[in-house]
Design a protein around this ligand. Structure first.
Ligand code: HPA
Length: 234
């Protein structure tokens, strides 16, 4: 079946899907790590490709930005296309000083200021947790070292709201980075019986005036893509 936001035919997606935010990154991932990649959907310019990775079928579909967008695409993949696992590969802002530009964050959980999660079960704050299987496989693929971090992130609805005190409090609660999709993806996986993970590349820092350029953002997250693809195949 074709959904409102995905024009692929049934069976067009592999059980595992890499999910960057940016459609251009989806195309780049398809071109660089998939073999025999073919375009399976491009509704609204949100491109999806299916090919193979190390001989195993694997797909990539962009999520767009923010929890509503990732929730739409992840729901349709899990519910209508038989997808079992989605690994987000995106960028994030580092929160503690120890998290630097280009570091990789494996997001085991996602705190959020969004109301979307609280609307799923009345009166309940659902935990937004990664699939243990995917997170363990990603942590193993990433190895150890000071440029790899494993722990909770913060998923926000606001990109431009200045909140230095909030980031201090989040840091005091062990939060590694800020981004805009992981909590929505984790809640969707829980609701749809799927598996999800976010493997994030640090593109800027909430306290330091430093950031990757758009071109660097485009290319510097290859390591996260390899970690996420390896976890999906594990
Ligand atoms: N805030 C929210 N999302 C982000 C950021 C940020 O600083 N950096 C990359 N994605």
């Amino acid at each position: 079946m074709v959904t409102p936001h995905i024009s692929a035919a049934p069976g067009d997606f592999a059980p595992g899907v890499l999910m960057p935010g940016d459609p251009r990154r989806a195309r780049r991932i398809a071109e660089t790590i998939l073999q025999d990649a073919r375009l399976v959907t491009d509704v609204r310019g949100i491109e999806g490709y299916t090919g193979t990775y190390r001989g195993v079928p694997l797909s990539v579909l962009a999520s767009g930005m923010g929890m509503p967008s990732v929730t739409i695409y992840a729901t349709e993949l899990f519910r209508f296309y038989g997808v079992r696992s989605i690994a987000r590969v995106g960028t994030a802002g580092g929160i503690p000083a120890s998290v630097g530009l280009r570091d990789v964050v494996v997001a085991t959980a996602a705190h959020t200021d969004s109301a979307m999660g609280s609307r799923r079960i009345d009166g309940v704050h659902l935990s937004h947790a990664a699939s243990f299987r995917l997170a363990a496989a990603a942590a193993q693929a990433a190895g150890t070292g000071r440029h790899i971090h494993v722990g909770p992130v913060f998923t926000t609805d606001h990109f431009y709201l200045e909140r230095p005190a909030l980031f201090e409090q989040l840091e005091a609660h062990g939060t590694l980075a800020v981004e805009m999709e992981a909590a929505g993806l984790y809640a969707t996986a829980a609701a749809e019986g799927g598996h999800a993970l976010a493997v994030l590349t640090v593109s800027d820092h909430v306290r330091r005036a430093e950031a990757l350029t758009p071109a660097e953002r485009e290319t510097d997250f290859d390591r996260a893509v390899t970690i996420a693809a390896t976890a999906l195949l594990a």
